[in-house]
Design a binder for this molecule. Structure first.
Ligand code: PAF
Length: 282
């Protein structure tokens, strides 16, 4: 596996592969890799000749007071895992390499509306940071396909919309969420949970499953349903940020006739903000 830190050296590999007519997959990550990331890599391996994984903790997607400085950085372990997964190239740029114009003062990419709802309300600027870095990574690697986890459902839709509206010739592939045996969605931030919080954390997925069950049994008063579930989560020790039933294709409010739904939740357990979602058809 090659490890590259500059766009110039990354491109020399990409050019060779392109000349050989090879099909290239990109898996963007912020490192601290777990089985969720490895599922993206495994899927990429199946679909492409070459797999590029980027490891970059993107300052532009963290707000003031968020965990940019303390975000777990485990490059040695990540390198080992990516070598084992037969990745062709790991791209690990410095901040200045990707943000030559400055993190907050340079050119950016904004996907309006979709970025301002749900997580965008409590994390203003977050999706602008994601859309900007993913556009940069797309331009650096120029992959045929790029893979993202369904765990970050809103991020996935923001990236799909951005790719379509900027006419980028890249297919976005969604990979299902990988869960612990008790249902907790894998996330680097799970490491912040205390033992007691870790014990409670699976209740979030159970709440989503309960909502889905009620909707599949005919419940159509989504507002009342999610208020009840939010109140149950509060009693269990969570501080819910939102729990919402939305259209699965664009996160708009559903009507009673909407067939494809997603239920999304974000809640704090102590200092840790957890997100999860479940999508299904009626
Ligand atoms: O999902 C993530 O890890 C990040 O938001 C991403 C897509 C790598 C952009 O920094």
């Amino acid at each position: 596996m090659y490890t590259e830190h500059t766009i110039l050296s990354l491109r020399s590999h990409i050019q060779q592969w392109r000349r050989a007519g090879e099909y290239i997959a990109l898996v963007p990550t912020m490192g601290n890799l777990h089985a969720g990331h490895l599922a993206l890599v495994e899927q990429a391996r199946k679909l492409a000749d070459r797999v590029v994984v980027t490891v970059f903790v993107n300052p532009a997607q963290f707000g003031a007071g968020e965990d940019f400085l303390s975000y777990p950085r485990t490059l040695e372990q990540d390198t080992h895992l990516l070598m084992q997964s037969e990745v062709d190239l790991m791209f690990v740029p410095e901040v200045e390499e990707l943000y030559p114009g400055g993190v907050n003062s340079g050119t950016y990419v904004d996907v309006p509306d979709l970025s301002e709802t749900l997580c965008g309300v409590s994390r203003p600027g977050h999706f602008r940071g994601v859309a900007t870095v993913v556009t940069k990574l797309f331009n650096c690697v120029q992959p045929d396909i790029a893979l993202f986890g369904e765990k970050d459902y809103q991020q996935l839709l923001v990236i799909r919309k951005m790719t379509a509206e900027l006419c980028l010739p890249i297919e976005i592939i969604a990979v299902p969420t990988v869960r612990e045996a008790d249902g907790l969605a894998l996330s680097s931030r799970n490491a912040y949970l205390t033992d007691e919080q870790r014990r409670l954390a699976p209740l979030l997925y159970q709440a989503l499953q309960l909502c889905r069950k009620q909707i599949l049994s005919g419940e159509r008063n989504y507002g009342a349903l999610v208020s009840q579930v939010a109140s149950d989560l509060r009693s269990a020790g969570f501080e819910p940020d939102y729990i919402e039933v939305r259209r699965a294709d664009n996160l708009a409010e559903p009507t009673i006739d909407t067939q494809k739904l997603v239920i999304l939740v974000a809640a704090r357990l102590g200092q840790t903000r957890l997100i999860d979602n479940i999508n299904f058809s009626l």
